[in-house]
Design a protein around this ligand. Structure first.
Ligand code: NDP
Length: 399
């Protein structure tokens, strides 16, 4: 019987626990561990039909993690704490001989910079130990790359242009809140944008390229070019890409709030001293904003995330669009969660399932597009995120 240790009792952690509990034939025993044990207990107590064990752990501390893993003896760890903890959890997995999966790439706490180099550097060590680490298996990163792998396998000989388009057309009723960890979210949006074009990265000021994109069942929404981590692995694994961009929607009210916060210095990650305590303004801001896991109940609307691709098939131009729409209220009904936590946690569970079943299991460190997309695409709908595709349509982007 497989045992899984889930680390991080936030919005995504709640979904991963609930989805794993829905598949007891694969996840025979589940432990949820996080910095604040009461949050693990609250999640476990809300799922009385499953016996979820809980524990306190500081995931920045490798010996603490090793002791917990040695005690519970899981087959794998699903890391849905923060990107800052990726390397310590990978170290603990190597030391204890346990497989690893996460949903966001490593970021050092003192530099808002995210890239895969740190985690890719673990390749040989995981391989030597016969262990697997699957990186970024949420929606984007995660399902977005599996969409590209599916397109490349079934619909193209070569892919040339990729636009990942991510829309949250939802309303949580709060003046300002982020849909995943506020610190990570704001660090992502306030840094320079970046996209891949003709073999190099093009860097742009934050939020400086934007336009309305028409999302299925939602309509046109202003969308902004951001740097997103899956672009790094996609251009490496699909070297025929001439351009790869990532677009995300933000409403005017969100942007106004963000601009004010930025202008007054509240998004800075540089620690300041207040009454003798060192804290960064962004850490303080996170403490006053609503927790992502608390937004679900009255959230209306839906998310729409997909990949628009142009390339060549049988010597002819081909266009392709694959996407999922997820209603926040459906996420709440299934998992007492909002759609962003849900669309992250469901692929994480399915990735872990495919690893534990041996379908995706191979030693080394991998991004999701390096896996066979077929078993994932065949099952993800059943677990809550059905996809649709359209071939040879007119794409709105200039090529
Ligand atoms: P939350 O802030 O809701 O949850 C994070 C949890 O991690 C909290 O419970 C927090 O504990 C815990 N944690 C933080 N530091 C530590 C530590 N040192 N030791 C143990 N536990 C710790 O964030 P989300 O659930 O929204 O996001 C979780 C992850 O998912 C993030 O890495 C995020 O980037 C990623 N994500 C990925 C997406 C994708 O599509 N790929 C989309 C959305 C999110 P405490 O409660 O005590 O603060």
């Amino acid at each position: 019987m497989n045992k899984v240790l889930i680390i991080g009792a936030g919005g995504v952690g709640n979904v991963v626990v609930r989805k794993c509990a829905q598949v007891p034939e694969v996840f025979g025993q589940i432990m949820l561990a996080s910095r604040t044990k009461s949050k693990c207990d609250a999640i476990a107590n809300a799922i009385p039909e499953a016996k979820i064990q809980t524990a306190q752990v500081d995931a920045d501390n490798v010996p603490e993690l090793v002791a917990l893993i040695n005690d519970f003896k899981p087959n794998m760890v699903i890391n849905v704490a923060l990107p800052y903890q990726d390397l310590t959890i990978m170290d603990a997995c190597l030391e204890t001989g346990v497989h690893y999966l996460d949903t966001a790439n490593y970021e050092p706490i003192d530099v808002a910079k995210f890239e895969y180099s740190w985690q890719w550097a673990y390749q040989e060590r995981f391989k030597e130990k016969g262990l697997m680490a699957l990186l970024g298996c949420g929606f984007d990163p995660g399902q977005s790359q599996i969409y590209v792998a599916h397109a490349a396998k079934h619909h193209f000989d070569e892919i040339h242009y990729l636009d990942i388009i991510d829309c949250n057309a939802g309303d949580h009723g709060k003046a300002f809140a982020t849909n995943f960890n506020p610190e990570i979210n704001i660090r992502e949006i306030t840094q320079n944008g970046r996209y891949w074009e003709n073999g190099e990265w093009v860097e742009i000021p934050p939020m400086s390229i934007h336009k309305p994109i028409d999302y299925p069942n939602v309509g046109p929404k202003e969308s902004y070019v951001l740097y997103h981590e899956e672009l790094e692995s996609l251009v490496k694994n699909f070297p025929t890409l001439k351009r790869a961009r990532f677009w995300m929607t933000f409403g005017p009210s969100y942007i106004n709030h963000l601009m004010v916060l930025q202008n007054i210095g509240m998004t800075s990650i540089k620690p300041i001293k207040v009454k003798g305590i060192e804290i960064s303004p962004l850490e303080f801001l996170k403490a006053v904003l609503p927790e992502p896991g608390s937004l679900g109940e009255n959230y209306t609307g839906e998310t729409s995330i997909g990949c628009q691709i142009k390339g060549i098939k049988d010597g002819k131009d081909r266009t392709y669009f694959v996407w999922n729409n997820c209603k926040h209220q459906d996420a709440y009904t299934d998992c007492k969660a909002q759609g962003v936590s849900y669309t992250t946690g469901v692929p994480a569970m399915l990735g872990a399932k495919l690893m534990l079943e041996g379908v995706w299991m191979k030693p080394g460190v991998f991004n999701t597009e390096e896996m066979d997309p077929d078993p994932f695409m065949a099952q993800i709908g059943k677990y809550g995120l059905p996809w649709q595709e359209e071939i040879d349509l007119v794409l709105p982007h200039e090529y």
